[in-house]
Design a protein around this ligand. Sequence first.
Ligand SMILES: NC(=O)c1ccc[n+]([C@@H]2O[C@H](COP(=O)([O-])OP(=O)(O)OC[C@H]3O[C@@H](n4cnc5c(N)ncnc54)[C@H](OP(=O)(O)O)[C@@H]3O)[C@@H](O)[C@H]2O)c1
Length: 238
Amino acid sequence: MHLLLSKSVSSVLWVLALTLLYLNTTFAETIAIIGTGEVAHALGPEFAILGHDIVYGSRSPNREEVRELVARTGGSASASGQSEAAAQANIVVLAVPWNVVEAVVANLGDLSGKIIIDPTNPRMVGDDGLRDYSVDPSNGEWVQRWAPEAKVVKAFNTMNWVTMVDPASTGGPVTVPIAGNDAQAKATVATLVKGLGLEPIDLGPIRYAHAIESLYILWGNARTLGTPFNYHFRLEEN
Ligand SMILES: NC(=O)c1ccc[n+]([C@@H]2O[C@H](COP(=O)([O-])OP(=O)(O)OC[C@H]3O[C@@H](n4cnc5c(N)ncnc54)[C@H](OP(=O)(O)O)[C@@H]3O)[C@@H](O)[C@H]2O)c1
């Protein structure tokens, strides 16, 4: 009797674990990608393959190259104005130049409760051609201030768009540092990251975005100084 009971309890636990695993790996969201540049071209089609509905937010959603991007993305992908796109989505990716983020966020409407993925890298180029960190404390933290009721997650800013679509091109697993104040939002972004074949690493609250963003300055300066390098985060066990 005792054995039977423990067997049925363990079966229930297995079903529960498998259900949780299923829910964790197969969530489908509407994702607004604001901007239609390289990052949008990389992440949009990849997220669509994972089963998400993609809506691109563009200043000119009817132009030919945006139509082509929508067609390439497939599924139920569409394009509209930036605020219309954000209104439809639970997850909003700010795939726009760093120095327009404030204006873009201000125009996106009510972002309360939404997850905002911020891949931007702030930079200014000084007279000597070198890049300075131009945002204090960081773009990621500013986005959280501009949209205080949203859940901002810094992610995808430590790699170029090629790595986003083809992590294997780097010769091994690539880790994506993420930072944000909301644990659930970070878990959702981590699931997206894994879906792309990348590995997430949680580096803490959004206040650490400045450290993650700064890496771009070193990368850019090395190029200017004639010693270009590439870098990838990789977890130690790999
Ligand atoms: N490219 C990379 O490999 C890479 C990798 C990691 C992170 N990032 C960061 O991710 C962000 C996006 O990168 P990206 O290379 O895709 O950028 P991008 O090509 O320079 O611009 C992205 C899109 O933003 C929209 N946009 C441009 N100016 C705007 C303005 N004044 N107001 C509103 N929207 C504007 C445009 O879309 P519409 O014309 O359709 O409106 C444009 O296609 C950047 O902050 C970058 O630092 C880039």
